[in-house]
Design a protein. Structure first.
Length: 210
């Protein structure tokens, strides 16, 4: 299986279905409760936007990571949680409405914070102010499509057909667990194949050189 097919087609579609499935248990009142108690939302935003990048910076400094890996770690720490964080929250029986709310808010903030912090990271770790760009509109649209659209559809289905929604949710919850293990296995296989190919390619180059 090609890596592009896995990451650009299978993964987004699967995450869309998972988000749809977990939203079949959500009601508008759940989001009203989040707004009624903003402390949890505030703590989540501080952890995502402030504490996580600081922790990543301390790790990169403490372990003396290479400049490229250090900058990559900072970018990962700054990236919004997305659909996968909502999936883990759902499987762990956490507050899904809070997780979805955090995803929505953070996805609107990080396209503006990522370039700033990444530029600082590149200047600090690489000694360079190389230009860094992120497709802001494209990033927001992708997060909205994979997160907010299926959640809205699922909540609408629950309001219209609650019995059917309950049955579909049970099926998609099993799918979420199976998908989680399957996607990890596929990623390992794809990267193992790529590593093996590069190793053989380098060996062949050495052999041809001699």
């Amino acid at each position: 299986m090609q890596a592009d097919l896995l990451t650009k087609v299978i993964l987004p579609l699967s995450l869309f279905l998972i988000m749809f499935g977990m939203s079949l248990s959500l009601k508008p009142a759940d989001f009203k409760n989040v707004l009624a108690f903003p402390k949890a939302l505030g703590v989540g935003l501080i952890g995502q936007l402030l504490l996580l990048p600081i922790f990543a910076f301390l790790l990169a400094t403490a372990f003396n990571l290479s400049p490229e890996i250090a900058v990559g770690l900072m970018i990962i720490a700054l990236a919004p949680g997305g659909a996968t964080s909502n999936m883990f929250t759902y499987l762990a029986k956490g507050d899904v409405s809070l997780s979805v709310s955090l995803t929505a808010v953070v996805s609107l903030i990080t396209p503006f914070t990522i370039p700033i912090v990444t530029a600082f990271s590149m200047n600090y770790f690489m000694g360079s102010s190389s230009e860094f760009q992120i497709p802001i509109v494209k990033t927001i649209i992708q997060l909205m499509v994979i997160t907010l659209v299926p959640v809205s559809i699922g909540m609408w289905v629950l309001s219209r057909w609650p019995n059917a929604a309950q049955k579909i949710e049970k099926v998609l919850k099993v799918f979420s667990i199976v998908f989680l293990f399957l996607i990890i296995a596929l990623i390992v296989l794809v990267n193992s194949y790529r590593t093996l190919f590069l190793r053989n390619f380098r060996t062949q180059l050495v052999f041809d050189h001699h």
